[in-house]
Design a protein around this ligand. Structure first.
Ligand code: IPD
Ligand code: CA
Ligand code: CA
Length: 270
């Protein structure tokens, strides 16, 4: 795909994400009626998740009918030019009226992550990254933090019942032993955006899905950060562990968490 074709998609996806933010915000404020359904343990979906995903897919597809789509709610399959969408990341917050949630859209061409967009409508913060062109928040270029010492760092963590409790609890224990502050704010995607803009210094989760994390990976990389090799194995539909960090604490965080170590166990429940 040519740089011009990718640029056209970047523009279109940004416009669609703004509209998706408006719709999601209305549901969040209960200006539109919302139904909540349980999918599995502490895993929920709502009318808003489904409607926002449909809006994004329909919006992009109307301009690029040849592209493929994989969404958390609607599914999909691999394609040479693939959009990977989480309409609402942080649904558990969303349904409770907590504002830590976002819209996440990524575009992948033959296994290369080209674009990432994360929109936080409640904070009015719109993040966008294009491979080789940097990352921005509301149009301002971003740079990850310059933190060098894990003892002064704050990292995001995430958990889902896709993994066992014990390895997650052990991870938290190791962070605390290393005097590394952590936050589990409930949206992996937004935590990644907050690494890109320097608010957080890293992120660790033992299993995460492609729709949760791809846009965030694009942002962190383009803001000068490091991410573990998420796009390996069955990454698209099976997910992988994720570790992301500002360069100054990368080694220490990898050692403390063990997430990115070669030969690390698969954390996914069997
Ligand atoms: C979840 C959030 C959470 C992360 C989970 C994800 P959802 O996505 O990103 O922070 O820890 O692994 O499943 O269900 O809110 O879209
Ligand atoms: Ca998600
Ligand atoms: Ca979601």
């Amino acid at each position: 795909m040519t740089p011009q074709e990718i640029a056209r998609r970047f523009e279109a996806a940004r416009a669609v994400a703004v509209e998706a933010g408006r719709v999601a915000r209305r549901y969040f404020l209960r200006q539109d009626p919302i139904e909540i359904e349980k999918k599995s343990r502490q895993d929920w979906t709502t009318t808003a998740d489904r409607e926002v995903e449909k809006l994004i897919v329909d919006g992009i597809r109307s301009s690029f009918p040849e592209d493929g789509f994989l969404g958390e709610e609607g599914g999909g399959s691999d394609h040479d030019a693939l959009w990977v969408i989480d309409p609402i990341d942080g649904t558990n917050n969303f349904i409770r009226g907590l504002t830590e949630w976002c819209i996440s859209i990524a575009f992948v061409v033959k296994g290369t992550l080209e674009l990432g967009i994360i929109h936080d409508p409640m904070a009015d913060e719109f993040y966008a990254a294009r491979r080789g062109e940097g990352a921005t928040r509301n149009g301002t270029p971003l740079q990850v933090s310059g933190r060098q010492n894990i003892r002064e760092a704050m990292v995001g963590v995430g958990f889902s019942y896709r993994t066992d409790v014990e390895p997650h609890a052990a991870l938290i224990r190791r962070l605390l032993d290393a005097e590394c502050e952590y936050r589990r704010a409930g949206s992996g995607a937004l935590a990644m955006a907050h690494i890109a803009d320097g608010r957080l210094d890293g992120y660790a989760e033992l299993h995460i899905n492609s729709w949760d994390i791809l846009a965030g990976i694009a942002l962190v990389r383009e803001a000068g950060g490091w991410t573990s090799d998420f796009l390996s194995g069955d990454w698209l539909t099976g997910g992988n562990p994720i570790l992301a960090a500002t360069p100054g604490i990368r080694e220490a965080l990898a050692e403390v968490t063990g997430v990115a170590a070669a030969g690390a166990p698969s954390w996914l429940k069997t």
